[in-house]
Write a protein that binds this ligand. Structure first.
Ligand code: ZN
Ligand code: MN
Length: 147
């Protein structure tokens, strides 16, 4: 399953005109298999252990190419000012804790209906959507509301 995703994503990245290197493939594979919404620094720390020649600059320019190819999205944590990255081959939405920054994936949502309705209402050609639901995670609810 992840292999299929990888081949499809790689084709998509090539089509976008991006240069394909072994390190870029490694970063793409890592993001497809990651469900933790890492920052660039976390991606670098994890992958540099196996490949010391990988630089933070390569992580950043690969992320840029993956975002341009619409394979990866950037999620801003407004509180910590950090940027998290997420493979977005399968559209989903994010439920974000405003206290600790936890990001949980949501899949139980019909995206196509929303996009169709948005297009119908605005006459826009809708290309993408990034949806965030904000609140307090269970741990933070305990911390805030329990004495
Ligand atoms: Zn929290
Ligand atoms: Mn996600």
């Amino acid at each position: 399953m992840a292999e299929d995703n990888f081949e499809t994503a790689l084709t998509c990245l090539k089509k976008s005109g991006a240069k394909i290197t072994q390190q870029r493939k490694t970063i793409l594979k890592y993001l497809i298999n990651s469900h933790t919404h890492p920052t660039a620094r976390q991606i670098y720390n994890d992958l540099n252990q196996k490949d010391r020649s990988l630089s933070l600059a390569t992580v950043y320019n690969t992320l840029e190419a993956l975002i341009k190819a619409k394979l990866v999205i950037n999620i801003d944590d407004k509180k910590s000012n950090e940027h998290h990255f997420d493979y977005f081959g399968t559209p989903h939405y994010h439920i974000i804790c405003d206290r600790c920054g936890l990001i949980v994936d949501g899949h139980n949502f019909e995206f196509q209906d929303l996009l169709r309705q948005a297009a119908a209402e605005s006459n826009f050609l809708v290309r993408e959507a990034q949806i965030e639901v904000h609140g307090l995670c269970p741990n933070c609810q305990q911390a805030v509301y329990q004495k």
